[in-house]
Design a protein around this ligand. Structure first.
Ligand SMILES: CC(C)(COP(=O)(O)OP(=O)(O)OC[C@H]1O[C@@H](n2cnc3c(N)ncnc32)[C@H](O)[C@@H]1OP(=O)(O)O)[C@@H](O)C(=O)NCCC(=O)NCCS
Length: 182
């Protein structure tokens, strides 16, 4: 991230620089709701600051992937069967972090900012992690599904196929360099 600018955790007294990602709900969340969410410990927001504007932001919160949510998806079932040791396959849920909001300023779309931010989030919850976090989840707008697929995410359910958003996941195990190192 340093090649672009500074990543800042949003605090109550922080003056947010101008931001427009082209989506009114995501713009509004940043300016009107993000601080309240932080105060209530519901979601923490991080800003990628440029000199004159906010280049991008994301907010994150703890989550879990329930086996029930994923039961209709064959690829996820296969993952449970092959990747997760036998005794742990019967857990009802698996630890995760949800990306609650994710947006790049429209002036910076298609310049790899989104990909770099996702990579940052993956590292954020893997490096020296204080708690187990196997998956990253997102409720993706249908328009953005292709972006998450390109970044290693997959669908968690088929039940939301006709909805406005799709529940997607990324398996953190995929990016542990040496899986025997932990
Ligand atoms: C969706 C969004 C975050 C993508 O960020 P971005 O910085 O423009 O994306 P990147 O430049 O990092 O793109 C990485 C790859 O994803 C592709 N991509 C980007 N947006 C895409 C989309 N909406 N659908 C399909 N593919 C997309 C790019 O073409 C690129 O592919 P490549 O590796 O083949 O070149 C950004 O467009 C945005 O903020 N949109 C408005 C808010 C929003 O919809 N947020 C998502 C909420 S779920």
């Amino acid at each position: 991230m340093s090649e672009y600018s500074q990543l800042i955790r949003l605090s109550a007294d922080y003056s947010i620089k101008p931001f427009d990602c082209g989506n009114a709900d995501l713009n509004e969340f940043l300016f009107q709701d993000a601080v309240e969410h932080a105060k209530e410990l519901l979601a923490m927001t991080y800003l990628l600051e440029g000199k004159n504007c906010t280049k991008a932001y994301f907010s994150v919160l703890n989550d879990s992937v329930r086996r029930l949510d994923a039961d209709s998806i064959k690829s996820f079932k296969r993952k449970l069967l092959h990747d997760i040791p036998h005794k742990k396959r019967s857990y009802h849920s698996y630890p995760a972090v949800k990306i609650g909001r994710f947006a790049v300023h429209k002036d910076f779309h298609n310049k790899n900012f989104g990909r770099k931010m996702l990579d940052h989030i993956k590292g954020f919850f893997l490096d020296n992690n204080k708690a187990g976090c196997r998956f990253i989840t997102i409720d993706s707008y249908c328009d953005s599904v292709g972006f998450y697929l390109k970044n290693g995410f997959d669908f968690l359910s088929e039940k939301d196929k006709t909805e406005d958003t799709r529940l997607m996941y990324f398996d953190m195990k995929a990016i542990i360099p040496d899986k025997s190192a932990l």
